[in-house]
Design a binder for this molecule. Structure first.
Ligand SMILES: [Zn+2]
Length: 625
């Protein structure tokens, strides 16, 4: 049973889920947690057959109390006015500041599969739907003041009324002080120093508190919504919860003044990216829209919803995290599809989807890692679907192709957003200059890899990866040295995605073509790696005695290949595959003549092992040449 099940079990039916937003700036990523969490409740409620709806309110009666980042001159004169009365920010569409920011944020709902109904608080006030509640709060102002004092320690003047009229002269709502309710009107003053962030005009007057001429302070407005909508489930960010928090006050107001039930509530922790708390007014971090543009919606839902609401949610958008996230999501998908998932996992997968599905779509059978996709999509000449069809990774289903396309789109937007990181995965048009700085053995590794990969029977990440390890052992370098060489040849940079998967997705043709451009000196490799002939002889007899699969390759270094001391020398290569099929090679220099060297090598090994010359296994191809 998940926290969602437990929450819904306690909620009154029909289930009415509500959440809202003050549209005072471009919403940062943190705002998405509440939205997705409430939507998950809706999904599970409906999935369980309950009648349920989810409304999402625009708190557009709230005053402009801070200026969006970088817009000081534009908004200063509107500080204190209701958000619906402040102008549309430049570069956004809408009739007002409230509408523009609300629309900017909620335009992400449909792509994320969030099924919310929108409402504007200004409409609710103007329609008179809160009038009765306003009347109760004004008549019982003393009780409201008492609750504020008890729950938060805040002292309100004896004549203070829980209402904020809109000043008839300057249009501000954040600067007015209301008193003296006579059942039809309240008196108000528009004070220059009521709040620090806005200056009232000094006007005084009497207005009706009904029909949108003003608003309730927001804790009271919250309670009024609970009663009027009527809300049965509503969570809140942790900044509203806890002792002295807004929710505590609101709950007391509901029970003691409005005498309405408090919705089932839950607290959700902050949602940050890369450990940094975002702030829309300070312009820090990614906006919600930017994040939605970066990640496939089901992956974003998954990343947000998999973390318990009471735990802080934080992830990075680096490649390692995204590789892991995709892989994790695909594993969950597979286990749900195969029927191996427990009920919590099934629920997590279901609420990560964009729509409710009666059946789980079949998961992809081939899915290249995200970083490989990032690398390949950056090659402008590649048409990805044709590329994938030509990969030879086996027959691909529609599900495979669809999912690769999801990753492709994510890779394109991720690369745009994080172009510096993405450029490190860009396959260079030509063999990078940095390849010249690799050691001769490293370049030998690339050349040998090209030979071995060209002959692979199946072009699959695991066999490719194993072949690269073989090639590293054959030239006598460590895997770390080998992968530095490989990445350098493709990216001009010593790091990259997991090599086997990357080459698999790049395709055999382009992979071998690039590796084929690398040159190295075989005599130099021999000079550095050759062992004494006696040691080599022992290696041959050991391999034969342990019945390892082995083969011999006699190589001749002609004078034209080497001006050094190895000119006109024979090299005996021994290739051994161990019990796990891992290939290595050892070599020794042996004197001889060019014409007779192959025959002499055969005779030499036949004697060593005690077999007929015709039985000496000679390697048919030369991976060095
Ligand atoms: Zn005023």
């Amino acid at each position: 049973m998940t926290w969602i099940d437990e929450t819904l079990e306690r909620a009154r039916s029909p289930i009415y889920i509500n959440d809202s937003k003050t549209p005072s700036g471009v919403a940062h990523v943190g705002s998405l947690r509440g939205v997705l969490t409430h939507d998950a409740l809706l999904r599970v409620a409906r999935g369980g057959g309950a009648q349920a709806r989810f409304t999402y309110g625009c708190d557009d009666m709230d005053p402009v109390d801070e200026i969006p980042h970088g817009m000081g001159e534009y908004f200063r004169e509107h500080l204190g006015k209701p958000l619906y009365a402040a102008p549309t920010p430049p570069e956004l569409a809408g009739d007002s500041m409230a509408q523009a920011y609300f629309a900017e944020f909620t335009s992400n709902f449909e792509p994320l599969g969030v099924d919310a109904e929108f409402y504007y608080m200004s409409d609710i006030y103007r329609a008179g739907r809160l009038d009765d509640t306003i009347d109760v709060f004004l008549r019982r102002a003393a009780a409201v003041r008492e609750i504020y004092l008890r729950e938060t320690g805040a002292v309100r003047p004896d004549d203070w009324l829980p209402f904020q009229p809109i000043c008839e002269r300057c249009g501000r709502i954040g600067t007015t002080f209301a008193s003296d309710y006579d059942g039809e009107t309240v008196a108000y003053q528009c004070l220059p120093d009521l709040v620090a962030w806005a200056e009232g005009c000094g006007a005084t007057g009497r207005v009706s508190p009904f029909g949108g001429a003003g608003k309730l302070p927001w804790k009271l407005e919250w309670v009024a919504k609970w009663k009027v909508l009527p809300v049965t489930v509503e969570g809140a960010g942790k900044d509203h919860m806890g002792a002295g928090g807004s929710h505590k006050v609101a709950a007391a107001l509901a029970r003691e003044v409005l005498e309405c039930p408090v919705p089932i509530s839950f607290t959700y922790e902050f949602f940050t990216l890369g450990g940094a708390k975002m702030s829309s007014s300070r312009g820090i971090g990614l906006s919600a829209s930017e994040l939605v543009a970066c990640l496939p919606p089901q992956l974003l839902r998954y990343l947000v919803l998999k973390v318990q609401v009471r735990r802080a949610l934080d992830f990075d958008l680096d490649l390692a995290t995204l590789n892991g996230a995709f892989a994790e999501y695909e594993r969950l998908w597979n286990s749900v599809y195969e029927g191996n998932a427990n009920s919590n996992q099934q629920q997590l997968f279901a609420i990560s989807q964009l729509v409710d599905a009666t059946e789980t779509a079949s998961p992809p059978t081939y899915s290249p890692p995200f970083d490989s996709v990032v690398s390949v999509v950056q090659q402008p000449h590649i048409d990805l679907s044709a590329h994938v069809a030509a990969l030879g990774v086996g027959p691909l289903s529609d599900a495979d192709r669809d999912w690769i396309d999801v990753k492709r789109r994510a890779a394109v937007s991720w690369s745009r957003r994080f172009s510096e990181s993405a450029s490190r995965l860009m396959v260079a048009d030509d063999l990078p200059q940095a390849t010249d700085d690799l050691s001769n053995q490293q370049r030998g590794f690339l050349s040998v890899s090209r030979r071995l990969l060209g002959e692979l029977e199946t072009w699959q990440a695991a066999t490719i990866q194993a072949t690269l390890f073989d090639a590293a052992r054959i030239v006598g370098i460590t895997p770390a040295e080998a992968f530095v060489a490989l990445y350098t040849a493709f990216f001009g940079w010593p790091e990259g995605p997991r090599a086997g998967s990357f080459l698999e997705f790049l395709g055999r043709g382009p992979a071998c073509e690039r590796l084929g451009e690398v040159t190295f000196s075989y005599p130099e490799l021999v000079a550095v790696t050759a062992m004494e002939l006696d040691d080599w002889n022992r290696a041959v007899t050991t391999a034969a005695a342990e019945q390892h699969e082995f083969s011999i390759l006699p190589n001749w270094i002609p004078e034209s290949d080497d001006s050094g001391k190895l000119a006109n020398s024979g090299v005996l290569e021994l290739f051994v595959a161990d019990a796990k099929g891992r290939m290595s090679a050892q070599r020794a220099v042996r004197n001889g003549t060019e014409e007779a060297f192959s025959e002499e090598a055969r005779t030499h090994v036949a004697r060593l092992v005690g077999i007929a010359e015709t039985e000496v296994p000679i390697r048919p191809d030369n991976p060095f040449g």
